[in-house]
Design a protein around this ligand. Structure first.
Ligand SMILES: [Fe+2]
Length: 363
């Protein structure tokens, strides 16, 4: 893996990123309603995208700020991650889930909640969505952390969720590990490019977040939706918000993702070829006292095989979720967040969303 400690201040034209059109339904409903107001710009931005091939950092930051305050979801194009790297990783996950079930069963979650998650053991709702009882879903998963080695101090200390990754048997999927590491490396490189954009969006110096991401953590899910429940009309991934600072998700041509708008409508996401969806997680929302929204989203049963590979960018474990300068005062339930370290937050999130696996004796 590369050493990713080089989070540098951006040049004036920081990025060839552009915001892609994503929410046709929102655009159409706004036009019908003639809606005015603060959130309109965000929705228009997410709905219509931009024509520009590249934007100055300040412009991109202003757009990101508007989207994050109003909707919390957008997608980027011209992001520089090779489609071949993404396609190759997706193909490996298909191969993994097409291998015999007993091969995957050797790698169940255990103490660190990593590895294989058979269908209906993953993605449990909590908080606002706890009433959505677990149901048989087509979703199975395989979770990966930042890759570590046996001599890593956190591995030696058996720090929760900071363990060695579980990689499937190379005799079964020979290229899986190399493909996923290449994918994570490319996606992490992109994710770190957002740090100065988000800092400027919050009127902070471009390098504001650099100290929390010198050796960033990340979390990466391999989501596999089987085709077996076609036409069920059910929910494959229950509504939730992500735990992360931000989440990157290459768009799947197989639809299913829905995002909940501020007025509590569920909107499907329009497919944009080679686009990567970006959304705020709880951590970024908490450190902005809720100014940047962590938007609920879910996946309806796709009815077709579907693979998605979200990468969750996380700060270093000892970072704290104290509000950044200039945050609005906490309001209502926003002020009920415990102020704590990222590691405490991550442990709490995973224990709320994943069934612990008592069948494994692993510690
Ligand atoms: Fe999510």
């Amino acid at each position: 893996m590369h050493n990713h400690s080089h989070v540098t201040a951006p040049p004036g034209r920081a990025s060839n990123l552009a915001v892609a059109r994503l929410f046709e339904e929102i655009a159409q409903s706004l036009e019908v309603a003639g809606e005015q107001g603060h959130r309109l710009r965000a929705y228009r931005r997410a709905a219509h995208g931009v024509a520009a091939e590249s934007e100055p950092l300040e412009q991109l930051a202003a757009d990101v700020c508007a989207v994050q305050e109003g909707l919390g979801f957008y997608a980027v194009i011209n992001h520089g991650v090779s489609p071949a790297v993404i396609d190759d990783a997706v193909d490996q996950v298909f191969q993994l889930f097409h291998s015999p079930e007993e091969e995957r069963q050797k790698y169940r979650g255990g103490y660190h909640l990593q590895g294989y998650w058979p269908a209906a053991t993953t993605g449990h709702p909590d908080g606002e969505f706890a009433a959505e009882k677990e149901k048989i879903s087509s979703l199975a998963g395989w979770t990966l952390l930042r890759e570590r080695t046996q001599d890593d101090p956190k591995v030696k200390a058996n720090k929760k969720h900071r363990t060695l990754n579980k990689w499937p048997d190379p005799k079964v999927v020979p290229l899986f590990r190399a493909s996923m590491l290449r994918y994570q490396d490319a996606m992490l490189g992109l994710a770190l490019k957002f740090l100065p954009i988000y800092a400027v969006a919050l009127n902070l110096p471009p390098d504001y977040f650099a100290s929390s991401f010198k050796a960033p953590e990340w979390y990466q899910r391999c989501n596999y939706y089987s085709a077996g429940r076609q036409g069920s009309g059910g929910i494959a991934t229950v509504a939730h918000v992500d735990h992360s600072f931000l989440t990157l998700l290459p768009m799947s041509p197989v639809p299913g993702l829905e995002v909940r708008t501020h007025d509590k409508r569920w909107m499907s996401v329009s497919y944009v070829k080679d686009a990567i969806i970006v959304n705020t997680g709880e951590w970024l929302s908490q450190i902005t006292n809720g100014r940047f929204l962590a938007t609920p989203h879910r996946v309806v049963e796709p009815g077709h095989e579907r693979v998605t590979l979200p990468l969750f960018l996380d700060p270093e474990d000892d970072s704290r979720n104290d509000p950044v300068p200039g945050s609005p005062p906490p309001l209502g339930k926003r002020s009920s967040w415990p102020r704590r370290t990222f590691h405490e937050h991550f442990v709490a999130y995973l224990s709320a969303h994943y069934k612990s696996d008592s069948s494994s004796g692993e510690k």
